[in-house]
Design a protein around this ligand. Structure first.
Ligand SMILES: CC(=O)[C@@H](O)[C@H](O)COP(=O)(O)O
Ligand SMILES: NCC(=O)COP(=O)(O)O
Length: 237
């Protein structure tokens, strides 16, 4: 059973573009869960260009499924997560100016740092996951950090799959086998979509959770736009 956690960053991006509260991020999270979403993911960035730190607090009482907060564990982020106490924190090594996440951790180089922050989150009963590229040595390094789970960074797979290259799944399947042997839970995310998710799921043994935002919101627009245009036309007729 693979859980679907819906990343709602894009809803906050849309809201912020007008400066008001439409769409309302908390209401959207409530609806995600009402429609069957099994988790809500947010990824507050230091510039708060989409999810704001305050959103993380506002969402807490309303997220009764799994609450996953992603981000680079800079002091401000660690402080936020320890106060909000989500179900899971996913550590991502983003540069401050990154447009979106673009690499996994070097779990060997940053081993000591990761051990320290993971320990602190786990002492506070927050499950940990770390964002990693599908490289076996990085999975072995992840095990050394004490993390509960890894999140496989799926951008390369999604890119290959869109070009018709299904072999791009191979390093992911091999790393999943290794993670399963090492007792690491497996999450995945980035650029997963209606096009590629089934193939990914079928080839990744023990996939516990996927977090999907960008494609899911874009697909929702396309799948909903006809209905909304018809509703406007009815009101105007
Ligand atoms: C960690 C990850 O894979 C990202 O997809 C991220 O959570 C999305 O962040 P943005 O919405 O800022 O692109
Ligand atoms: N962890 C990945 C995530 O939350 C969503 O990534 P994307 O679907 O917006 O690329």
């Amino acid at each position: 059973m693979t859980k679907l956690s819906v990343n709602i960053n894009k809803i906050a991006t849309l809201r912020n573009s007008r400066g008001g509260d439409v769409p309302n991020v908390v209401q959207f999270a409530k609806d995600v869960q009402r429609f069957g979403g099994e988790g809500v993911t947010i990824h507050p960035r230091p510039d708060e260009r989409h999810i704001r730190y305050q959103d993380a607090f506002d969402l807490k009482p309303e997220v009764y499924t799994e609450y996953n907060i992603e981000g680079n564990p800079i002091p401000k982020f660690i402080d936020l997560v320890l106060k909000v106490k989500p179900t899971q924190v996913t550590l991502v090594p983003d540069a401050e100016d990154a447009i979106t996440s673009n690499a996994g951790w070097d779990t060997i180089k940053h081993k000591d740092f990761l051990i320290d922050v993971i320990k602190e989150f786990k002492q506070n009963n927050i499950r940990t996951s770390i964002f990693v590229d599908p490289i076996k040595s990085q999975i072995e390094g992840a095990k050394e950090t004490g993390t509960d789970r890894i999140e496989l960074y799926t951008e390369a797979f999604a890119h290959d799959y869109a070009l018709g290259n299904k072999d791009g799944i191979k390093p992911y399947a091999e790393c999943a086998d290794l993670a399963n042997k090492l007792g690491l839970g497996i999450n995945a995310g980035h650029d997963l979509s209606l096009d590629n998710i089934q193939f990914f799921k079928e080839n990744i043994p023990g996939l516990l959770e996927v977090s999907i935002g960008h494609a899911l919101i874009a697909e929702s627009l396309y799948l909903g736009v006809e209905n909304v245009i018809q509703m406007y036309l009815r009101k105007l007729s």
